[in-house]
Every structure is written in C-alpha cells, then in structure tokens.
Design a protein around this ligand. Structure first.
Ligand code: ATP
Ligand code: MG
Length: 270
C-alpha cells in the first residue's frame, strides 16, 4: 500500500499534529471516518514500514533490515500499536512495554552507531517519545486508564486514533480527558486533491487525465460523487474501472464505465 504513498494535505496535517503532541509530551486524539488514511499516516509518521518488521517480530533478520530500522526508529522515536479485539489489560501492558523496549533498543543501536554515547541518559529512562495507538475504540476502560497512567509516569506522548465519536467516548474518562492537548479530525480528500490523486491513478493506468476534456471532467465528477474523497473507496473502485475497461475492450474512462464499476462494489458506495 505504501508503495503508492502520497503526501496528501491530510497526511501533512496529521504529521503536524503528531509532531506537536510529541513535542509537548501530551495526549492527542485523532478521529476520522473509515478508510480516509489514518492508519497509513500513522504508519508513515512512525516509519513503521522500517521499524515494524523489527519491533513487531524481533526474529532473525538481515543486517540491512536492522540498519534501516535503527535509523528510522531514531528519527521517529515512536511506537505504533494496534490493540487486539477483546484484548486483556495484561496483553496491552505487555505488548506496549515490549514494543517500547524494542524501539528503545533500535534507537540505542542507531545512537551507538553515530558514536553518541547512550550512557548520557540515565538508566531506566526511555528514548521513545511517543506511543500511537491505532483502533483505540478497542481499548477497555482499564486499558485506557493504564495508558493514561503510563503517560503520566513516563511523560511519553500518546496518540489515540479512532473513528468519529471516540472523542466523546473518552469524555467519560475525566483523568484522560483533562490531559488531552490536541484533538485532530482526519478528513477525506478535498475535490482539488482528489483530482491530483486521480491524475496519478490515470497515469498508473497508462492514461492522461485532462480536466478540461468534457469526458474526463464527467468521470472525475462521478468519482467525486461516489467516493466523496474516501481513499479506501477510491482504491476499491479503481481496479473495477480497470476491469470494466478490459472486459468491454474500452479505452476511455467515461462516467458510464465508472457507474458500472461502482455497481460491482456492494458496500459503502450508496
Ligand atoms: N496517503 C496515502 N497515499 C496512498 N494511499 C493511501 C493514503 N492514505 C490512504 N491510502 C489508501 O487508503 C486505504 C485506507 O487507508 P487507511 O487504512 O489508513 O484508513 P483508516 O482511516 O485507517 O481507516 P479505518 O478507520 O477503517 O482503519 C489504504 O489501504 C491505502 O490504500
Ligand atoms: Mg485504520
């Protein structure tokens, strides 16, 4: 998925938000509808593409993978965590502590490589600056309390990501709620940016999008109407468009083609 990563405006806004939460060592919540790109942005910010394979698995790895993880971890200083559905407090605690320890080790390796002595930090203190919890609505009330307490004791910044409504769910926890420094709303793509994204997709399909052209303009309008700027819907619609073109031996992406593609998607497009 991230091979086609696009630095969208919403991603930039997320990165700014995350940077501010991390710098102020506070708690931030990020909420937005399903499929807009929250997880993609969080993974990108945490550089989890590189850190994840080491932090999540910790098995035998190549030196190359290790080095990449060390460098990425020392830049991002972030642990990304997705709680299990119905997970216990014990599992949450162990997972977070393990993740934090592993990212810490990666950061330590990177610093040692840069011959910056890690001795300068006193024992027990962590080099991790932020923990990001994705799918935070899965957290139990004791899980939330534990995270809040962990934040208090370590002053590691905390971001909780979830669907709209999660900010209201957290209002039930006054101790957590009073510590929230930032609430960030993750929005779908705006029309102008959707156009930019579509231009990239068209090129991937070996075509050029010309918004001045009537047929293209109609196609864009149809996609805007169907996806409302939702990235996941877009990602599901496009292969269908490609398929419709192919089976009908068509060359042009018209709004009819798009309508036919939409009708093959059962969920979420009406
Ligand atoms: N910046 C981006 N660049 C390229 N593709 C993206 C980007 N953001 C999102 N996508 C695409 O959209 C899909 C959905 O994004 P993501 O999984 O991050 O949504 P989400 O907001 O976390 O949704 P959910 O609430 O369901 O977890 C991704 O699998 C990816 O294909
Ligand atoms: Mg997600």
């Amino acid at each position: 998925m991230t091979e086609h990563f696009m630095a969208t405006r919403e991603h930039r806004r997320f990165a700014e938000f995350a940077g501010a939460v991390r710098k102020q060592r506070t708690i931030g919540i990020c909420f937005g509808p399903a499929g807009v790109g929250k997880t993609v942005s969080a993974r990108r910010y945490a550089q989890w593409e590189a850190v994840g394979p080491v932090a999540d698995t910790w098995g035998p790895r190549s030196r190359d993978v290790d080095q990449k993880a060390y460098t990425a971890a020392s830049r991002a200083r972030t642990v990304l965590y997705t709680p299990q559905v119905g997970g216990t407090l014990k599992a949450l605690r162990e997972d977070i502590q393990r993740g934090q320890r592993r990212v810490d080790i990666c950061i330590g390796e990177a610093l040692a490589d840069q011959s910056q002595s890690i001795q300068t930090t006193h024992a027990g203190s962590s080099q991790v600056e932020m923990i990001v919890v994705d799918e935070a609505e899965r957290l139990s009330s004791t899980g939330i309390e534990w995270l809040r307490d962990h934040h208090d004791r370590t002053s590691i910044a905390l971001i909780l990501i979830g669907m709209p409504g999660i900010e209201k769910q957290f209002a039930r926890y006054p101790q957590l709620y009073s510590r929230i420094g930032f609430a960030h709303q993750y929005r779908p793509l705006g029309n102008d940016e959707l156009l930019f994204v579509l231009d990239r997709y068209w090129r991937r399909l070996g075509r050029t999008l010309n918004p001045e052209d009537f047929t293209d303009a109609q196609a864009v309008a149809a996609i805007q109407r169907i996806t409302r700027g939702n990235f996941r819907l877009l990602e599901r619609l496009l292969p269908q468009i490609q398929r419709i073109l192919k089976i009908n031996e068509l060359d042009t992406i018209t709004d009819d083609v798009i309508e036919a593609a939409r009708s093959t998607l059962v969920i979420g497009t009406t």
